[in-house]
Design a protein around this ligand. Structure first.
Ligand code: PMP
Length: 325
């Protein structure tokens, strides 16, 4: 957990070992627990992959101290990589499409990283291309690319998964949002090794298309929930449908209500992807309770990836109509 018995040498040692806390809105007979990832030093789940990917890449010699890490990212991953880069003697450059959150870009810069903007019209693909061009131009530069880097899910297999099983004797189901799907895949692989019957569910906003992996009809659309979902599931290199039983789609309105409920009733200041995960975890818990899902134990674990503070300026606690994405 985040209280440590001895003084620590660097902020990197505070990554992980986040609290696992009961969520109290599910059915009586099935316990729901959430891993509170805002307890990480950069206040999100992505600090785990920032530290893990850079440490492994340095060990493997993909980059050397004094070298540069370049990532196309608009969000939490940049903050996580920036913290690790600073501590591991690497320069960090982030390539960010212009339209993305100014707050996150300010935090990356405050952590000593360089932020380069690409035109919004070129989308994330434009940022990815520019990151690779820059890596070619520089000596000793590496692009981790969280969407295709197996170290992303490995970070969760090595840290988040074991932490959950340190805290609980049995886990019936794992429910987590899918952006890169690194979080879900790493935990799922670990969980299925503990018990192959563990029920595993992904979470996406309505309008996202991960459900198509399971033959479900999904209507492509825009969504306000931030950090999860895809319009192009076939290009996701980390998502492995064999490790997943279902992907639950959560409507923006439900996630928005749950953001407010979690704060008001349970004291959790979490972002919209955490709220979507909470909604889906409660659905899974109810199905376990009524026999619709056959899980090996009456407990559900989910992940709350970040804090609502990162989205206050987008009106996350205002009315649904006033909430911007
Ligand atoms: N929620 C938030 C707020 C995120 O930033 C991310 C990462 N995109 C996720 C959820 C999803 O995590 P993952 O990429 O591991 O699927």
């Amino acid at each position: 957990m985040t209280s440590h018995e001895r003084p620590l040498e660097s902020v990197l040692e505070t990554v992980g070992r986040t609290p696992l806390v009961r969520v109290h809105d599910g059915p009586e007979e099935v316990a729901i627990y959430a891993k509170l990832e805002s307890f990480n030093p950069g206040a999100s789940v992505k600090d785990r992959i920032g530290r893990y990917m850079l440490e492994r890449m340095l060990e493997r010699g993909d980059v050397s101290p004094g070298g540069t890490v370049i990532e196309p990212t608009a969000g939490n991953t940049g903050i996580g990589i920036a913290i690790a880069a600073e501590q591991l003697d690497l320069e960090a450059i982030f390539v960010v499409p212009e339209r993305f959150s100014v707050e996150k870009q300010q935090l990356m810069a405050a952590l000593g990283a360089e932020v380069i903007n690409t035109p919004s019209d070129d989308g994330m693909d434009g940022a990815i291309d520019r990151a690779h061009e820059l890596a070619e131009e520089l000596d000793d530069a590496v692009v981790p690319q969280q969407f295709s880097n197996p170290l992303n899910s490995e970070a969760h297999y090595e840290t988040t998964g074991p932490e959950i099983y340190d805290a609980l004797d049995e886990v019936g189901a794992v429910v987590a949002g899918c952006g890169t799907a690194g979080t879900l895949m790493g935990i799922a692989r670990y969980a299925r090794e503990q018990d192959p019957d563990t029920y595993v569910a992904g979470v996406e906003p309505e309008g996202s298309l991960y459900g198509e992996f399971f033959g479900e009809d999904r209507e492509e659309g825009e969504y306000k929930v931030e950090g999860i979902g895809t319009h192009d599931p076939a290009t996701n290199e980390l998502f492995d449908p064999d490790l997943v039983d279902a992907v639950h789609a959560v409507a923006d309105e439900r996630a928005h209500e749950e953001v407010a409920r979690l704060a008001r009733e349970e004291g959790h200041l979490v972002g919209s992807s955490a709220a979507a995960a909470s909604v889906a975890a409660k659905r899974v818990a109810r199905s376990i309770a009524d026999g619709g899902i056959d899980a090996p134990s009456e407990s559900v674990v989910t992940v709350f990836p970040d804090s609502s503070e990162r989205y206050l300026s987008k009106g996350i606690y205002r009315s649904f109509e006033e909430w911007e994405c």
